[in-house]
Design a protein around this ligand. Structure first.
Ligand SMILES: Cc1ncc(COP(=O)(O)O)c(C=O)c1O
Length: 331
């Protein structure tokens, strides 16, 4: 790994979250999916504490730790307008007394809802870069950092989605928590976006025990996850050993598929657990598909890693239509 944060050469995290996150049983969801009552558990990484919670807090402890070691006073990052990572970068900056700048694609002409409301509340400066595509967005963020330096600031560029080998260390820790909390864990299921969450879990739990459900955030996530894992372990894991399901993307990142709709409603109505339409909804839809095709079997212990993202539900043009179903007249 090529980022080091202290004189010893080892990265060191800055505390931002509440650990360990709880693990709870999901007996009613398990029954609805055709699993036994004790077969399905949830790791509540939606309850990580900072800024509305979610998986990005674990990664930010490490990436922001590295930024502080470099003397940064401003955190700059990129993402989609409804990025949970951008919101939590702004929250980390607020917690630590730093400034935050969020560089988004496009012009910001859409609805300023969901995560964007929280970005503003947290005091982030939002730059609508006009960029379309990842390379242009990265270039826009580099230009923003250069401008901030000219103004006398000390910016640190936090990677897209918080994903780097350093950020993945947060999920190595999560895997270690899981081994303590669920010693008989057979399979952990998690949403796969920019890749470091799955990579950290694979590094600690091994490739056979982790299913990543691709959300379509990257063109081909397999080499990306494999590269992060290779940075974390002395021996690389062959990419073909990674268990990545690509069956829940539908017509693209962020689209509300029938599988996601069903995952959102069944999880809410059996367990009172709220998923988001982009990441965790896809992860449960992938878990349901894995039960159907025998990749996840009754009698084994499966853990769904809830990675947060609730604000995205309120920023999604189709998902907010769920509220219409709750209008009840004259019971
Ligand atoms: C709520 C949520 N879950 C899961 C993920 C995926 O994590 P990663 O980007 O590390 O693959 C993201 C990424 O944006 C997210 O916001």
């Amino acid at each position: 790994m090529n980022t080091t944060d202290d004189a010893s050469g080892s990265p060191s995290p800055v505390p931002l979250g509440i650990w360990p996150t709880p693990v709870e049983p999901l007996p009613r969801l398990a029954a609805a999916l055709g699993l036994g009552g004790h077969d399905l558990l949830i790791k509540r990484d939606d309850l990580t504490g900072l800024g509305g919670g979610g998986n990005k807090v674990r990664k930010l402890e490490w990436t922001v730790g590295a930024a502080l070691a470099d003397g940064a006073d401003t955190l700059v990052t990129t993402g989609a307008p409804q990025s949970n990572h951008a919101r939590l970068t702004a929250a980390a900056a607020a917690r630590l007394g730093l400034r935050s700048v969020l560089v988004f694609p496009g012009t910001g002409s859409g609805s300023q809802s969901g995560n964007l409301v929280l970005d503003g509340l947290l005091g982030a400066r939002v730059v609508w870069s006009g960029a379309s595509g990842r390379a242009a967005l990265d270039a826009a963020a580099t230009a923003v950092c250069a401008r901030l330096e000219e103004e006398g600031a000390r910016p640190a560029l936090i990677p897209f989605g918080g994903s780097s080998a350093v950020g993945a260390l947060g999920y190595v820790r999560c895997g270690e928590e899981l081994m303590d909390q669920v010693p008989d864990l057979d399979t952990a299921v998690v949403a796969l976006g920019s890749g470091a969450t799955m990579a950290g879990l694979v590094a600690s739990l091994g490739p056979d025990r982790v299913i990543g459900v691709d959300t379509g955030a990257l063109g081909d996530p397999t080499p990306v996850v494999a590269a992060f894992v290779a940075d974390l372990l002395p021996e690389p894991v062959r990419p073909e050993r990674l268990r990545i399901r690509g069956d829940q993307i539908g017509s693209g990142y962020g689209t509300l598929t029938e599988g996601v709709k069903s995952a959102l409603t069944v999880t809410a109505r059996t367990e009172g657990i709220i998923l988001d339409p982009v990441y965790t909804g896809r992860a449960i839809a992938g878990l349901m598909a894995a039960v159907r095709d025998g990749d996840i079997r009754p009698g084994r212990t499966t853990v769904f890693v809830h990675t947060g993202g609730l604000p995205g539900l309120f920023g999604h043009p189709d998902a907010v239509a769920y509220g219409e179903n709750s209008v009840i007249s004259g019971l």
